[in-house]
Write a protein that binds this ligand. Structure first.
Ligand SMILES: C[S@@+](CC[C@H](N)C(=O)[O-])C[C@H]1O[C@@H](n2cnc3c(N)ncnc32)[C@H](O)[C@@H]1O
Length: 264
């Protein structure tokens, strides 16, 4: 009795305030649409390839492209952490390879961005040059060179490191990343090649002779979970506890970040 009276009262009030009635109806439709969409999402998730960490009887991958078709890759997760840590060095005239993937995150610092590409045809490129051919690139021009996942794509890696040193102004900083436990990048392999997977020790021995003792800092990331996640192409968003990626296990180096300063 009381319920039907309050229903009638609510209907009467709503009929007198059509804007409120429309608002509430819209909200109801929106919530019901959102609920249906999330239920649909949950339903279709069942048909996505399952993540089976303990299936040793299958060659099935979650993704052939590092998980970027499912979310963010483990390498990107570590690169992002490394960039945040290196932020103080990203200033002035900044050069990045292929696109402004990381440098554009720091435009609030009034930086000037150039993009390097190895071949003609990249509309973002402001400089076309080959890191193995020093004469194709300028000297003493940049305060910072962001060179992520690139040295491993260059067979003559020592030459490329020397040219990256040449590009920097005295006091300028190279911010590079080197994958170690990581799948082959097929897109790059079919173009310029994918040659090297280097440990932190190899990075130290390659960069220190060029930049000088005391001018190279290495930060290495990875653990067994990160390595498996990377190889399987599972995205970081799919991990039950992504914070586990931050724990470092020294025998599972997934990526090393290199901060190398050119002496004054
Ligand atoms: C995996 S992409 C890395 C770029 C991107 N900034 C990133 O982190 O995703 C590899 C890059 O290496 C570059 N590369 C390959 N050989 C090169 C060379 N000899 N000189 C300069 N760049 C080269 C290619 O242009 C390509 O953009």
């Amino acid at each position: 009795m009381a319920a039907s009276a309050s229903k009638a009262l609510a209907k009467c009030l709503l009929d007198r305030t059509p804007r409120l009635k429309h608002y509430l109806l819209d909200q109801y439709k929106l919530r019901s649409f959102q609920w249906k969409m999330s239920s649909l999402g949950k339903f279709f998730k069942k048909f996505r390839s399952p993540i089976l960490f303990n299936n040793l009887d299958s060659l099935q991958l979650a993704s052939k492209v590092f998980g970027v078709d499912r979310g963010s890759s483990v390498l990107y997760y570590y690169m992002q952490k490394f960039m945040e840590r290196s932020e103080e060095h990203i200033q002035g005239r900044v050069l990045e390879v292929q696109e402004s993937l990381f440098s554009r995150q720091f435009t609030h610092k009034d930086i000037q961005i150039d993009i390097l590409h190895v071949e003609e045809g990249n509309p973002d490129a402001t400089i076309v040059g080959d890191l193995t051919k020093a004469s194709t690139l300028p000297e003493n021009q940049f305060d910072c060179f962001i060179c992520t996942s690139t040295f491993n794509h260059i067979f003559e890696i020592e030459k490329a490191i020397k040219t990256s040193h040449q590009l920097l102004k005295p006091g300028g900083v190279l911010i590079a990343t080197m994958p170690c436990l990581a799948q082959i990048a097929r897109y790059d392999m079919d173009r310029w090649g994918d040659y090297w997977r280097l440990t932190s020790k190899a990075c130290e021995q390659l960069f220190t002779p060029v930049f000088g003792e005391g001018n190279v800092e290495l930060i290495t990331y990875g653990n067994v979970l990160a390595a498996i996640t990377e190889f399987q192409g599972i995205s970081t968003e799919e991990l039950p506890n992504p914070k586990l990626l931050d724990e470092f296990q020294k025998d599972y180096e997934v990526m090393t970040g290199i901060i190398a300063r050119k002496a004054l």
